[in-house]
Design a protein around this ligand. Structure first.
Ligand SMILES: NC(=O)c1ccc[n+]([C@@H]2O[C@H](COP(=O)([O-])OP(=O)(O)OC[C@H]3O[C@@H](n4cnc5c(N)ncnc54)[C@H](O)[C@@H]3O)[C@@H](O)[C@H]2O)c1
Length: 381
């Protein structure tokens, strides 16, 4: 039987526009599904750029205004791959037009901006998801499975880092392609919304809700030239953020993120210590899950390095033979596969907008805590 088409309208064709386009193109080659994404239209602000991307990635057409894309009757789903300040207006308009919405993380710049997005999505009742893609690294999905099976027992500690070093140079401007991340007006925040949002999403998924937080932030380079105005302007994002927290399950959390850790490009790591076992994971070695089981005979106890490539491991039966690993881009293929599967089964694709709102609430509490120099409760959403 021919597969049902799902017409995609992609907004933004930078880094994420490429990862998502790649996922749409590959998903049906590896997953048996009822739906097939069709690369119907890509939207960017300049005609030359949008046209070139459409040609390269084989989109059928292009637009230069996202409103026109949303108005089109031949588009089923809007995929938002633009800077954070544009997520809310695009998502709300798309939901109101009855389109499905797939939105890049973080949902928005603040909790206040994100809440009406969730309202619009839920009022429209449209399928939706937020691209916290690290949940779909098979080793991370396996970690979730092990925790849910009770193998760790009571959890005592959750520790996560996301370390980079690409903004150390004071000559780097703020604003513009990629560098919108240094401009608070576009990004909302610095490492908190950009990198810690990933760590928080994974933590909420693996270890449950966070009750309260105590944070500190630093902006090491205080002024940078703004690409838009050409003037040297104050930098209002957090270059680094460290926070500790209490989870609802009684465990303690410790999180650190910075773009000033010389030598680290994208070192996302987490470690979880339970009563019976511990696990740790590292994005630079993403196909491995380290596992220590206190239940092993004493003379054999030690950290195991599980090569997560077996057909029994999450998602892996869809790829190669055991022992052969997959990488970063596959996490997006997995999210598309789950989204398409969800259209058939009616099962929402986690994290939904509603679930991603909780991450936004934690980010807000972290930034408030750093500003107020005190513990902050996380607003329940
Ligand atoms: N899931 C992840 O791991 C991950 C990784 C990187 C970025 N992101 C998120 O993805 C989003 C995009 O980040 P990126 O790294 O792809 O940025 P990018 O700078 O590489 O690309 C952004 C794109 O948006 C376009 N754009 C900006 N304003 C627009 C508008 N009004 N209309 C149409 N197009 C517009 C730009 O021209 C560019 O093509 C951000 O929200 C970011 O936080 C997520």
């Amino acid at each position: 039987m021919p597969l049902k088409p799902l017409n995609i309208g992609l907004v933004g064709y930078g880094f994420m526009g490429r990862t998502h386009s790649n996922a749409y193109k590959r998903v049906n080659d590896f997953f048996d599904l009822e739906y097939r994404p069709v690369l119907k239209a890509v939207c960017g602000r300049t005609e030359a750029g949008a046209k070139a991307f459409a040609e390269k990635w084989q989109y059928e057409s292009y637009e230069t205004d996202w409103r026109k894309l949303i108005d089109r009757k031949d588009i089923d789903a809007i995929d938002i791959c633009t800077p954070n300040d544009t997520h809310a207006p695009i998502a709300i308009a798309a939901a109101e037009a009855g389109k499905m919405v797939l939105c890049e993380k973080p949902l928005a710049r603040t909790l206040k901006e994100a809440a009406p997005m969730v309202d619009a999505i839920e009022k429209a009742g449209v399928p939706n998801t937020v691209w916290y893609n690290y949940r779909r690294v098979p080793a991370v999905t396996l970690a979730k499975q092990l925790i849910d099976e009770g193998r760790l027992g009571r959890i005592y500690h959750y520790r996560a880092n996301f370390l980079q070093d690409w903004t150390i140079s004071a000559d780097l401007p703020q604003g513009g392609a990629g560098l919108w991340r240094l401009d608070a007006a576009s990004a909302g925040s610095g490492v908190t919304g950009d990198l810690l949002a990933h760590c928080i999403d994974t933590a909420l998924w693996l270890n449950g809700s966070i009750k309260n937080v105590c944070a500190t932030t630093e902006t090491f380079v205080k002024e940078r030239t703004h690409t838009g105005t050409g003037k040297v302007e104050p930098v209002k994002i957090d270059d680094a953020c460290t926070f500790f927290c209490r989870f609802e399950n009684g465990s303690l959390g410790l999180f650190e993120s910075t773009r000033y850790a010389r030598g680290h490009k994208a070192l996302y790591t987490f470690e979880i210590n339970g009563e019976k076992a511990s696990i740790k994971w590292d994005l630079h070695d993403l196909h491995r899950l380290e596992y220590f089981d206190y239940g092993d005979p004493a003379i054999l106890r030690g950290w195991k390095s599980i090569h997560v490539t077996d057909g029994d491991h999450p998602y892996m039966k869809n790829w190669w033979v055991p022992g052969l690993q997959i990488g970063y881009e596959h996490t997006f293929v997995h999210q598309v596969a789950d989204f398409l599967q969800g259209l058939s089964t009616g099962k929402p694709t986690s994290p939904t907008f509603r679930e991603a709102l909780e991450t936004q609430a934690v980010c807000d509490a972290v930034l408030d805590s750093a500003e107020q120099h005190k513990w902050e409760d996380v607003i329940q959403v």
